[in-house]
Design a protein. Structure first.
Length: 618
């Protein structure tokens, strides 16, 4: 282990920069590194409107949970809000949002999840972290029991408080699990969370090494179960997920939960979320719709789950944070206090206009398809990171929003692991920009046709723009938002240097995407050059983009020997699924809790790029 004081000053500055210094939030000690923007800064609180006190509450099995209880000073009884934080965080992270709810006459119980907080505020909760297992669900139900016994809490019957939940990432995952079992919940607000944790952490067979490193590092303040630690360490050592790994994460994901039949849900994924792209939230939205719950999908851009806030990455929006915060409060007011509710099925943030739009369905536009042809064979090289692309000329102003699908034939080359990375780019005035910095990976092990669901995007295209489909065997060829070397230099595990992807001449590339206008039919093909030769790539040699994730990729081509991809929404697939946790919003998390020098030294010693797959992994 390495004490951070032993690191060169430049390295220490990099750690703070890329993990995110939280000095501006007045956070010190183990909370001194926090990469997540706060979601409620624009909402008003009144410290005279409530009182708070620290409590330790015995859960169903006697495990003590560390909590803060907020009670309005106005005459009650009042409905209640139960909240927990993101991965690696504690109840302290929830104080700003809890204060907003308490100022609006809700009783709030903000608690540190089982096993967390032990390196944070000095106390923390007992037990072991089991990653949204049934134990964490039983904790939430025990706290609902506890709130039902408080005189200040409004009840609808014996042991049945009028209650909602709110929380981000890990805190959102616990909401989804609780709602699938405990029908006493009257409303939930799961923010920036997952549907299939396996797909989110290893989308389509390619592990998110940067985030898995950060998640393991962020867990330094938690007492993780042996199963959790062994699973994460094994993935990092092998560079892939096994069937057992995927089963572990799926069991902790809404894709595997029972129906949530009558719990109104405001589902809030984020358009620039690196860890849980909007595909994860859309799957939760569709699950809740199918289950029969009232549900609204709110696509924000608050700056959640962006590893290290790299240069070139779309910033979090204050407009989005304020709108999302107000919408969450309105949702709870409507369902817990019979207040007014003025919402549509879909609300989404438009970065160019800095405002929200509404629609009666997701996606708001019909699916449009067009096909282009790669004019000559090209091999995407795992070492060089060359880029092949096809362009679609935009003839009139067009909005695209939703989950695009790409269909084409691919052939893996070489002896190592072949990973295909795909980005949608807007080319304007000779400059190519990866839309929302979304780069979708796919592990390919055999030749065949793939049908790949790309990470969800939103963009407004103008007449004269080109919509480019850019493909490479390396993620960093498609993004200007580079990940610091502390996390291996890229979000995903790249193709091996001796591997790649061959695209044959005359290969048809079909793109389907929800769009406000028809996409023009083929006229001329795009290019197969290294990106940047024909167009500038906003500040980089290649195209611009970072990651994304999706849990319903459909493919007939093979995928990484790490195992078959798991279409969380019932699609067929042959790659990998995965998801992780972190924080922002009402529970920051992960790097928010990165405080120990040992954690930093451990991360430095676990640089993914320094590991090699064992023979059994190939």
């Amino acid at each position: 282990m390495v004490d951070d004081s032993e690191l060169p000053a430049e390295t220490r500055r990099d750690v703070l920069k890329y993990l995110g210094a939280a000095a501006g939030l007045g956070v010190v000690g183990s909370r001194a590194m926090d990469p997540f923007a706060h979601p409620v800064a624009a909402l008003q609180t009144d410290d005279d409107a409530f009182q708070s006190e620290e409590r330790r509450i015995a859960s169903f099995d006697g495990t003590e949970l560390d909590a803060t209880y907020y009670e309005p000073t106005a005459d009650g009884p009042h409905p209640a809000i139960l909240m927990t934080h993101g991965w690696g965080g504690s109840k302290t992270d929830l104080q700003p949002l809890a204060s907003v709810y308490a100022s609006n006459e809700f009783v709030v119980l903000a608690y540190t999840s089982r096993g967390f907080g032990q390196g944070g505020d000095g106390q923390g909760s007992g037990g072991e972290v089991n990653s949204t297992s049934e134990l964490e669900r039983q904790d939430a139900s025990a706290l609902i029991d506890y709130l039902a016994q408080q005189d200040a809490v409004l009840t609808d019957g014996e042991d049945d408080p009028r209650i909602g939940m709110d929380g981000t990432s890990y805190g959102g995952g616990i909401q989804m699990r609780t709602a699938s079992v405990d029908d006493r919940l009257d409303a939930i607000v799961p923010r920036a969370t997952w549907n299939n944790l396996a797909q989110a952490l290893a989308p389509n067979g390619v592990i998110k090494r940067g985030w898995i490193e950060a998640l393991e590092f962020g867990a330094q303040t938690g007492n993780l179960s042996a199963e959790n630690t062994e699973t994460t360490s094994g993935i990092l050592d092998r560079g892939r997920m096994t069937e057992d790994d995927r089963a572990y994460y799926r069991q902790r994901s809404p894709v595997s939960y029972d129906a949530i039949e009558d719990t109104p849900a405001l589902v809030i994924p984020e358009l620039t979320d690196q860890l849980f792209p909007i595909n994860e939230g859309v799957r939760n939205f569709r699950k809740l719709q199918s289950d029969g719950s009232e549900v609204t999908l709110l696509l924000g851009q608050d700056g959640t789950h962006i590893l290290g806030q790299p240069d070139g990455y779309p910033p979090g929006s204050e407009t989005s944070r304020q709108f999302v915060g107000q919408m969450a409060l309105q949702w709870q007011e409507a369902h817990l206090k019979d207040g007014d509710l003025d919402v549509s099925t879909l609300h989404y943030y438009d970065e160019a206009a800095d405002e929200f739009s509404a629609a009666a369905a997701f996606p708001p536009h019909p699916e449009r398809s067009t096909t282009r042809t790669i004019p000559e064979s090209v091999e995407l090289d795992g070492a060089d990171g060359n880029v092949a692309s096809v362009d679609i000329e935009i003839e009139e102003a067009t909005e695209i929003i939703g989950l695009p699908t790409l269909t084409l034939d691919v052939t893996p080359t070489g002896e190592g692991r072949s990973h295909l990375f795909v980005a949608l780019q807007r080319v304007r005035d000779g400059e190519a920009t990866t839309i929302k910095q979304r780069v979708t990976p796919l592990a390919v092990t055999e030749a065949g046709e793939i049908e790949l669901e790309l990470f969800g995007v939103h963009a407004n295209l103008e007449a004269g723009d080109r919509l480019r489909v850019a493909m490479s065997a390396r993620e960093d060829a498609l993004t200007s938002a580079e990940v610091n070397d502390l996390f291996g230099g890229s979000l995903y595990r790249p193709s091996d240097d001796d591997a790649g992807i061959e695209l044959s001449g005359d290969t048809a590339v079909q793109l389907s995407v929800p769009a406000s206008q028809e996409l023009p039919a083929a006229s001329t093909a795009g290019g197969t050059d290294s990106a940047g030769e024909d167009d500038e790539m906003d500040g980089t040699e290649g195209t611009a983009s970072t990651e994304g994730t999706d849990s319903g990729m459909e493919t007939t081509a093979g995928t990484d020997s790490g195992g078959g991809m798991d279409g969380g929404d019932g699609t067929t697939a042959a790659t990998d699924d995965g998801t992780a946790t972190s924080e922002s919003g009402p529970g920051f998390g992960i790097t928010a809790a990165l405080g120990g020098a040992g954690g930093l030294g451990y991360l430095l010693s676990r640089r993914f790029g320094d590991t090699e797959p064992t023979e059994a992994d190939d």
